[in-house]
Design a protein around this ligand. Structure first.
Ligand code: NOJ
Length: 722
């Protein structure tokens, strides 16, 4: 039961001076000072544009001192920190807040715990391919236990931005292209992060992001404009945020982008009408980094003062790093441009989450001993391995070349096969390369016979003594994530050259992909008989891949994102409308002259070392939901887990509907020869859409239902909905 702190919040707020109130709305991070004359951002630019090397950058960073703005903190001008992930620093700063400020209001520490803190689990896109809410919750719990031990109170996660464009680098941070999957993924994460009681020392508040539709940026370019019909926004993009709020998420981060011309940071419709009024959210709204000030660059605010005014009026509580509130709110209140009651609402939201987290009673929720004893526990590692294995998607396996027989001699190629640091992927701040197991590490510890070459040197020599060649190719961790959009998402030239050279030896080649987004890999698909999509799998990368290669684990992951056949198809996603001229043989149909209309690998797709068949699809109209029954049979020789998916199509509606919409799924363990009936439920409430005038219409008429192991290969049945 949620405890009611409203009386305490009001009492405390009434004691606060205007300056103290504004202080509570200021979130800052440690700034780097001392080692160089330029700002951190300029230094980063210098590295990216080649003025200094990566090594020089790292050396300078190593000598830099962190400024924690203690003087401001003492003066009551800081309410929250971002980016502090160690118990000693957190407690030192907390002590200043509690003992040296006039009212002793504790600090709130936020941190990007995206897919694990120290025990780094697969990137979210990978983990979503497990289609497994229990697993999603478990890995979030591990993240929360470790992060809270390091002093973190709130994570800037889950990210549930539906992402249909593979060019966008941040597809790696969410659960792919589907609203239902993102909703279920997000809700599970919220439960895992927050635990049963937010006040417990190992519970961490979830900050759902990025409200809204950050993944719909035009052309997949990060931070780009989002221009969407309201129907699409409500049907395809908003449901996951809402699902997280329904699951109890206590914080929300508005997105950097604008929606239909109004940046989310100052969008009163989004933050007040939708989030607060319609969805009943009463938690904390935290800006994205510097996002309030960036409304000036958007061209919607005259200056930072104007941006601060618009943001607070729109319902933005906490200013992350832009110093717009700290610099201007006082003047705005004193001049009467903003009523103090608006400021009070924001302050109350900050105090509320601090009460709910139990910070007033226990401001020091951890210590260095707990921190040391919590990281990388054995049970956490076991979960990380399970998650990595369940995230892997087998994309191709011609002639059953996989699994490899015990004793197979391997030739292993590609830098990614031995680079531990790359295995954690984007957004793994607490990761340490020494915690990670690469493919080469795993082969070595398990006494597999192998020879390794990072760049293909000695290729012929190695190939001559190997039975099978492994090519570890894909993306480095900086090539996906924030500010990592790519226009060409094919495999890099040097990777493809390596693969071609391996193929030329005549030995069978297995490609293992490490990447943070779907790639357009038609040539790879034509060239090699087997492809294992490992994504960026986290600390157990090498072990998980080795288990799959040798069949110790039967792969069960299925794509939550479509793999295009050409980069030019982007955005490529399964739930598209038909058009009046669906792609066909005739010229005047919706297609490309120089690329297929179909993807390379469809949504929901993934192979196994066994085979499954689907039989006896039955539909039954229940009271509140449609019941879909199907028999799934394991016809192969290995035990496995099959992910059964159910899609619908509304072939005639008042607004055109997608050719398929995912409505339910289930994961079933099946022994060889075993058959089970899988029952899927589709609530009637979910069988609807928005009409032209934005009224929700419950669908009536013929409904096509599709069930199978991916969106393309399905059984089909229709029924009449009245
Ligand atoms: C920017 C990113 O957009 C957001 O996802 C992240 O949480 C903040 N920076 C804080 O690091």
């Amino acid at each position: 039961m949620k405890k009611d702190y409203e009386k305490q919040i009001q009492e405390l707020r009434k004691q606060m001076t205007l300056e103290e109130k504004i202080g509570q709305l200021q979130q800052c991070g440690p700034s780097l000072v001392g080692a160089f004359e330029v700002s951190f951002e300029e230094l980063l630019d210098m590295m990216f544009d080649g003025r200094i090397t990566k090594e020089e950058f790292e050396r300078l960073m190593g000598t830099a001192r962190q400024d924690f703005h203690e003087e401001d903190l003492r003066a009551g001008k800081v309410g929250s920190y971002n980016g502090i992930g160690d118990a000693a620093t957190a407690n030192r700063l907390q002590k200043i807040a509690v003992e040296e400020t006039r009212l002793g209001i504790p600090l709130l520490f936020g941190y990007d715990v995206i897919h694990g803190f120290r025990t780094v689990t697969p990137i979210p896109l990978a983990e979503s391919c497990a289609w497994d809410p229990t697993l999603w919750e478990k890995t979030a719990r591990v993240a929360a236990e470790e992060a809270t031990a390091a002093g973190v109170h709130m994570t800037f996660a889950p990210m549930v931005d539906v992402a249909k464009d593979a060019r966008w680098g941040r597809v790696s941070e969410g659960a792919g292209e589907d609203a239902l999957l993102n909703s279920m993924y997000g809700a599970a994460k919220v439960k895992g992060f927050q635990g049963e009681d937010l006040a417990k020392e190992d519970s961490m508040a979830a900050c759902v992001k990025h409200l809204a539709a950050y993944g719909a940026g035009e052309a997949g370019r990060d931070y780009n404009r989002v221009d969407l019909s309201l129907q699409r926004l409500w049907e395809e993009y908003l449901p996951p945020y809402k699902a997280c709020i329904d699951a109890g998420a206590r914080a929300v981060m508005p997105a950097f982008n604008d929606i239909n011309g109004v940046p989310c940071s100052v969008n009163a419709w989004l933050l007040r009408d939708v989030l607060r009024k319609k969805w009943g959210f009463d938690g904390l709204v935290v800006s994205d980094s510097n996002a309030i000030a960036e409304c000036v660059s958007h061209g919607i605010a005259q200056d930072k003062k104007d941006a601060a005014r618009q943001a607070v009026l729109a319902g933005m509580d906490l200013d992350m790093s832009s110093n717009s509130y700290s610099a201007h709110l006082k003047e705005l209140i004193e001049s009467g441009e903003i009523p103090e009651s608006i400021l009070d609402e924001a302050v109350e939201d900050v105090l509320r989450i601090k009460f709910e987290l139990g910070l007033f009673e226990h401001p020091y929720q951890t210590n260095e001993t707990r921190e040391q004893n919590t990281m990388l526990k054995l049970e956490y590692r076991a979960i990380a391995l399970e998650a990595a294995e369940k995230s892997i998607v087998l994309l191709k396996n011609e002639d059953h070349i996989l699994p490899l027989k015990p004793g197979t001699k391997l030739g292993v190629f590609g830098a990614l096969a031995a680079d531990r640091g790359q295995m954690t992927g984007a957004w793994a701040i607490g990761a340490r390369p020494e915690d990670c197991i690469s493919i080469v590490d795993a082969l070595k510890t398990n006494n597999v016979q192998y020879q390794y070459s990072a760049d293909g040197t000695d290729l012929s020599k190695i190939a001559a003594v190997s039975d099978v060649l492994i090519a570890a190719v894909g993306e480095m961790k900086e090539e996906s994530g924030e500010a990592a959009s790519r226009a060409d998402i094919t495999l890099k030239q040097e990777d493809m050259e390596l693969v071609r050279a391996l193929k030329a030896t005549g030995k069978p080649v297995v490609a293992v992909l490490f990447n943070g987004r779907p790639l357009a890999i038609p040539e790879l698909d034509r060239t090699v008989p087997a492809i294992v999509e490992a994504w960026h799998p986290g600390i157990y990368a090498g072990s998980a891949v080795m288990h799959v290669l040798f069949g110790i684990t039967n792969p069960s992951g299925k794509l939550t994102t479509t793999f295009p056949a050409a980069a030019g198809q982007c955005p490529m996603y399964y739930a598209h409308p038909n058009t009046g001229r669906p792609g066909g043989k005739s010229k005047f149909t919706s297609k490309y002259l120089d690329a297929p209309t179909e993807p390379l690998y469809p949504f929901g797709y993934g192979l196994s070392y066994t085979d499954y068949t689907y039989e006896d699809l039955e539909l039954e109209k229940g009271k509140d939901s449609l019941l879909v029954r199907v028999t799934v049979r394991n016809t192969g020789k290995k035990a496995g887990e099959e992910i059964t998916q159910c899609y619908v199509q509304m072939p005639c509606a008042k607004r055109v509907r997608p050719v398929r919409e995912l409505k339910a799924f289930a994961k079933t363990a099946l022994k060889p020869g075993e058959a089970r009936q899988v029952v899927l439920e589709i609530a009637y409430d979910s069988l609807g859409y928005y009409d032209w005038d934005m009224n929700w219409v419950s669908y009536e008429g013929k409904l096509n239902v599709f069930v199978g192991g991916n969106v393309r290969d399905t059984l089909e049945k229709e029924l009449l909905l009245r």
